[in-house]
Design a protein around this ligand. Structure first.
Ligand code: TPP
Length: 305
């Protein structure tokens, strides 16, 4: 979780410096969702990510240097600098990619899950999506198909209360998005997205169901993004009090406190873990900055059209 937090703070710094071009949607605040979910599946399982996908890529054990280089548009990136933040894919870890299309993760997840089922591969797919994406047409088509065909997919909704500046209450008829699972005869679990162990437990249960052939589950994680939707967002649609309240339950701080209180790690060990994460991220910045840009002729490579 510390790696993700420092990764995102570094990306913000590089965006503000103008070193990273284009848009970027930061995952800080939601770390427990990605880390808890990945801890619940196998390394050879798949994920489909969102436009807010850096945390998923890091938690799926992506190489930090390659991920940072990709976001900086460098040839050493995991997509050779051609995917960037919004299309951050890392097939070496089973990360089928972030997506600039809100709701884009659903169809790809169902395809991967169908492929796993047809090839009897025993792999599950975590389909991450936001509360805004839950209102897209493809979300409903995909959940219906996955339930009807008992596909090994887990629909992981990161409900961070806002889709850009629009709150869930304004955009959505239901309070808990996961009640929609009932319409597809699919089980639903709601978990605290600020508690990494609660997330792990929920996704583990859902992944087990999917892996044994009993189809999809809707897992709704209640969480919060700390930065604005993107860098130009002044966050005028939410109050400072609301932000402070969520930050008081910060997933990293509370988990660290819990580990120390329960004697799992000492304060010194916690500090060491923190420093190591910071060093790794600084190294990834150095790697990205020392890496070459893609060559112009690379524009014509890796095209499938
Ligand atoms: C099909 C489509 N419609 C609209 C957009 C513009 N857009 C980008 S992010 C976003 C909000 C998505 O909200 P949510 O799914 O809750 O994810 P969050 O940003 O909160 O993580 C919108 C509307 C888009 N990229 N794609």
């Amino acid at each position: 979780m510390r790696h993700i937090r420092y990764f995102e703070e570094k990306v913000m710094e590089l965006l503000q410096e103008g070193y990273i071009k284009g848009g970027s949607h930061l995952y800080a605040g939601e770390e427990a969702c990605a880390v808890g979910a990945m801890a619940a599946i196998r390394p050879d399982d798949y994920i489909t990510s969102t436009h807010r996908g850096h945390g998923h890529a890091v938690a799926k054990d992506g190489d930090l240097n390659e991920l940072m280089a990709e976001i900086c548009g460098k040839a050493t990136g995991c997509c050779k600098g051609k995917g960037g933040s919004l299309h951050l894919a890392d097939l070496s870890t089973g990360n089928l990619g972030a997506n600039g299309i809100v709701g884009g993760s659903f169809g790809i997840a169902c395809g991967a899950a169908l492929s796993s089922k047809m090839q009897k591969q025993d792999k599950v797919v975590l389909c991450f999506f936001g509360d805004g994406a839950a209102n897209t047409g493809i979300a409903h088509e995909a959940m219906n198909m996955a339930a009807a065909w008992k596909l090994p997919v887990v629909f992981v909704c990161e409900n961070n209360l806002y889709g850009m500046s629009v709150s869930v209450e304004r955009a959505t008829s239901v309070k808990d998005l996961s009640v929609r699972a009932k319409a597809y005869d699919m089980p639903a679990i709601i978990a605290d997205g600020m508690d990494v162990l609660a997330v792990k437990e929920a996704v583990e249960k859902a992944a087990k169901t999917a892996r044994k052939g009993d189809g999809p589950t809707f897992v709704e994680l209640k969480t919060y993004r700390y930065f604005g939707h993107s860098r130009s967002d002044p966050r005028a649609y939410r109050t400072k009090e609301e932000e402070a309240e969520w930050k008081s339950r910060d997933a990293i701080e509370t988990f660290e406190k819990r580990l120390i209180e329960n004697g799992v790690i000492t304060e010194e060990e916690a500090k060491k873990i923190d420093q190591e994460a910071l060093d790794d991220i600084n190294k990834s910045e150095e790697f990205a900055k020392a890496s070459p840009d893609p060559k112009p002729e690379a524009l014509y490579e890796d095209l499938f059209a």
